[in-house]
Design a protein around this ligand. Sequence first.
Ligand code: ASP
Length: 368
Amino acid sequence: MKRRDFIRSTAGATLAATAARQLRAQTPNILPNKSIKPVVISSANGNKFKNGGDMTCVQKAWTMITQGADVLDSLIAGVNLVELDPLDDSVGYGGLPNADGVVQLDSCCMHGPKKRAGGVACIEGVRTPSLVAQKVMEMTDHHLIVGQGAQDFARSMGFKIEEDLNTEHSRKLWLEWKRRIDPEHYLDPDKRSGEARRVQEEMIADGLLDPRRVYGTINCNGVNAKGEVCGVTTTSGLSWKIPGRVGDSPILGAGLYVDGDSGAAGSTGRGEANLYGLCSYLVVENLRHGMTPKDAGLDACKRIKKNTIEKRLLNSRGEPNFNVNFYVLNAKGEYAGVALYANTFAVCTEDGPKTVASEPLLQGKPED
Ligand code: ASP
């Protein structure tokens, strides 16, 4: 090789090496194993309440996930906005109280990659039960702590315990309910449920209760670019419930289930109906067997419809007179909101937060 050619080829090699170095510098050091578009889905209240800030739950969680935060930490930071917002009367602070006027809260969370979960039920005096559920997951060998024990545990973890989580709004509604029904007198089951429904319908007709808020909860599930899936559910449960009643929300497999390899599902709506079939577990098992999120969720809705046979729970068409919703996400980042009857759900992707229609199993309204 002539000297001139040698210099030219060495210079070329140096230039190529510099370009490769520059490209390497622009590429993140650790490339995710899988390339998945991060997604966060939740019940519709996850794209409504902001607790005085500028982001909704799904937006906050998605932003944290894409900045590299742990998926469960991000989802819990999202639902904390709703728990703390006094305007949402179905979750956390200001949630509608039980029949004695006491706010009792339920929550659970599951971490897909860590294969860990924790929950609290019937906890009083703590505005953010989802954070207590996370402490149960992180700091104990248990899955579920309830009632006074849950509050004592929260205190020992440094949570502020408040005398009363009612807001003026939730207290007024409870007093109005008290005025209209006397829960001290236990009626026979049919009359009692008829009476409770009459009062509920009256309060909805009088504009005191949002029909979607008689039940109310937030479930929020998310996946990051590595395909790591987590979920959390938090609620004040059924309004005016018998003190001590626990619904589906803090029960693993019912209000929430996550399997790191398959996906996550959570629920809002009539907890008793969901508990009967452990439907979030059913949905995630369906995902494991390869169903799409929509089909996996609709299958659970069909199971609920099939299991609902008591007359008091049926409308004039012989179909369930209540709604149950599922928020389903698989580990590939595909998602669906499904429900017995038409409803909406919230989602945040790289296109920003949106509230979109769920896929209903049945036509019409529950109470028609
Ligand atoms: N599923 C909740 C419960 O039964 C209530 C709800 O989602 O509205 O406690």
